[in-house]
Design a binder for this molecule. Structure first.
Ligand SMILES: Cc1ncc(COP(=O)(O)O)c(C=O)c1O
Ligand SMILES: N[C@@H](CCOP(=O)(O)O)C(=O)O
Length: 401
């Protein structure tokens, strides 16, 4: 992407050998893809195999990822004055986040090339996902995560899936730097962060599912929380491919949402700059997007520009309010980073960027159970009863109120 060089495909190519920049995968299907053929297949990421990298010699390493529900948010939609608001609930993936879409593809490739060990830097979800898929593939997994800043549910997942866990003093950005250096020093390590373009191929299938669920049309807007900026880039790629093959007749606009104190892209956007205003000490309660140097920034900037979209940012307070709204008005539990989508949407509606008659899909990237502490902070109504009699009294009082 940076120097423009092209290479024959190989799973080991995760960054440009010439300039070190990001790579983009171009898939050339033998037959043009069609909704009719896809509909006849089992749902999930691999349903779209002709637009995914061809992998020979191994079966897909899968846990049944993808095919997540597109849920209409009627009550929140009404509150925001939107006629059609949907949530793509990625928390329903096997390890509870969108990362599984990418891991099924990239871990399959890693298995095909007999990688010695898989490695990621992570705020928690990438670590959980790679750990599960590597376990399924019988491969070693090493994860580098920020010490004391990784949500409990995610850390517990990596523990249970049997990863080697390296906890680093510092942010995700420091962890990613360490991973990149380790991979340079020992190329037998296979990196699975989102600079690996093969992983993003799996993530783009979210766009196919959204368009399919909306009857072969995209929404007007797709709102996505942005951290390392891989997902927004992958989703945009997916929509562009559908458009190229005539499966949709127009493209959506992409809105990327960041947390105010970790907003290198949104702050640059606000100032009309083409490059991020990197943040050295990012902070936010939404730990999954606590990232100051997003590796995929060139792709994400391109996605938002090409789609005539926008970046915006929201405070932690708005994020936590949105998290509670999703749970209490729609019954959907998400982790704070995912709630940034809704918080960002509310801002964009208020600012008149998104209009009432537009169809909007917000991407809910990770399950609420990932971060139990954040759930417990959601203004609990808890009552202590010292005896069954007292419990009855409290319950009856509540029923009356
Ligand atoms: C739950 C959740 N939401 C959003 C993001 C941001 O996605 P990306 O890093 O692809 O921008 C992440 C981390 O990647 C995440 O774990
Ligand atoms: N939130 C992410 C951050 C790493 O992003 P990646 O997409 O580059 O792996 C995580 O869960 O670790």
């Amino acid at each position: 992407m940076s120097c423009g060089r092209k290479y024959p495909p190989h799973p080991r190519l995760t960054r440009c050998p010439s300039c070190g920049g990001l790579l983009d995968v171009k898939v050339h299907p033998r037959e043009p893809p069609s909704w009719r053929i896809w509909e006849q297949r089992k749902s999930g990421v691999w349903r779209y195999w002709e637009l995914l990298p061809a992998i020979s010699g191994v079966k897909p390493v899968t846990l049944g990822e993808g095919a997540t529900p597109l849920v209409e948010l009627e009550r929140i939609g009404r509150m925001l004055g939107l006629k059609r608001l949907y949530a793509k609930n990625e928390g329903q993936n096997p390890t509870g986040s969108f990362k599984d879409r990418g891991m099924t593809v990239a871990v399959t490739l890693a298995k095909a090339i007999k990688a010695r060990a898989l490695i990621v830097a992570s705020t928690g979800n990438t670590a959980a996902s790679v750990s599960a898929y590597a376990a399924r593939a019988g491969l070693r997994r090493i994860v580098v995560v920020p010490r004391r800043k990784t949500a409990l549910g995610k850390l517990a997942q990596s523990v249970l899936y049997g990863a080697d866990i390296v906890e680093i003093e510092g942010s995700f950005d420091a962890a990613l730097k360490a991973v990149m250096t380790a991979v340079e020093e020992d190329p037998r390590l296979y990196p699975l962060n989102s600079f690996n373009p093969w992983r993003l191929e799996g993530q783009k299938t979210l766009a196919y599912e959204v368009a399919e669920a909306l009857g072969g049309e995209p929404p007007d807007w797709v709102v996505v929380p942005v951290g390392n900026a891989g997902n927004i880039s992958a989703i945009w790629k997916g929509f562009k491919e559908l458009y190229r093959y005539g499966l949709i007749t127009r493209l959506p606009r992409m809105a990327g949402v960041q947390a105010e104190r970790a907003a290198p892209l949104a702050r640059a956007w606000q100032k009309g700059l083409d490059e991020p205003l990197f943040v050295d000490k990012p902070e936010t309660r939404a730990t999954a997007i606590r990232i100051g140097h997003p590796v995929n920034w060139p792709k994400a900037m391109k996605a938002v520009k090409e789609s005539n979209g926008v970046f915006t940012m929201v405070s932690d307070e708005e994020i936590m309010k949105a998290q509670a709204m999703l749970a209490r008005l729609e019954g959907i539990a998400v982790e704070p980073a995912s709630a940034a989508s809704l918080a960002g949407l509310a801002r964009l509606v208020e600012d008149g960027v998104i209009a009432p008659d537009e169809t909007v899909v917000i991407v809910l990237t990770g399950h609420g159970l990932k971060d139990p502490q954040a759930m417990l902070e959601a203004g609990a109504r808890r009552y202590i009863a010292g005896s069954p009699e007292e419990a009855v009294k409290i319950v009856l009082g509540l029923a009356e109120s």
